[in-house]
Design a binder for this molecule. Structure first.
Ligand code: ADP
Length: 168
């Protein structure tokens, strides 16, 4: 069982023991910070049952933002995107859980807020693609790369004591 509390061990099934936990990189962009959405966004991931494993509130410089978005460097919106990301502090996070990469993308919603479903973060709070509030890794490979870039010291070391109330 992932819970370090030995009293809870009898709640943890073999399935829970073998469940593959994933980590993803989530960033609240400068517009999400300016608009006072940090608490709401963190709350959505917490209430879902994901575990916060890293958290930083920082300004990044242009080379760092360009590195983060290097796969998009040929896109016409690239320099505007970098301007946007360096325009104010961002909240960089690691979240952990079963299927957190894909589920995190669903919580965030489609890239273009005009196409994001109501109930998603972008669907509820954003209008324009260039002011879409939040970033989430789109694959296991990008999650690994982004976590290594933003959190070179790795995640915080803790285990939830309610794990067995979230996982079978
Ligand atoms: P996502 O953030 O949903 O993974 P992408 O990786 O395709 O989407 O794009 C990264 C970010 O670049 C988007 O979140 C958005 O802020 C910006 N972006 C994407 N497409 C456009 C566009 N056509 N015009 C302006 N900005 C864009």
């Amino acid at each position: 069982c992932i819970s370090p509390n030995s009293q809870n061990k009898h709640f943890c099934s073999l399935k829970s023991l073998t469940e593959k936990m994933e980590q993803t990189f989530i960033m609240i962009k400068p517009d999400g910070v300016q608009r006072g959405l940090v608490g709401d966004i963190i709350s959505r991931f917490e209430k879902k049952g994901f575990y916060l494993k890293g958290l930083k509130f920082i300004n990044v410089d242009r080379p760092f933002a360009e590195k983060h978005y290097e796969d998009l460097s040929a896109k016409p919106f690239f320099s505007g995107l970098v301007d946007y990301i360096i325009s104010g502090p961002v909240v960089a996070m690691i979240w952990e859980g079963k299927n957190v990469i894909l589920t995190g993308r669903k919580i965030i919603g489609a890239t273009n807020p005009a196409e994001s479903a109501p109930g998603t973060i972008r669907g509820d709070y954003a209008i324009e693609i260039g002011r879409n509030i939040i970033h989430g890794s789109d694959s296991a490979e990008s999650a690994r790369k982004e976590i290594a870039l933003w959190f070179p010291d790795g995640p915080a070391n803790w285990q939830s004591s309610v794990h067995h109330w979230i996982y079978e």
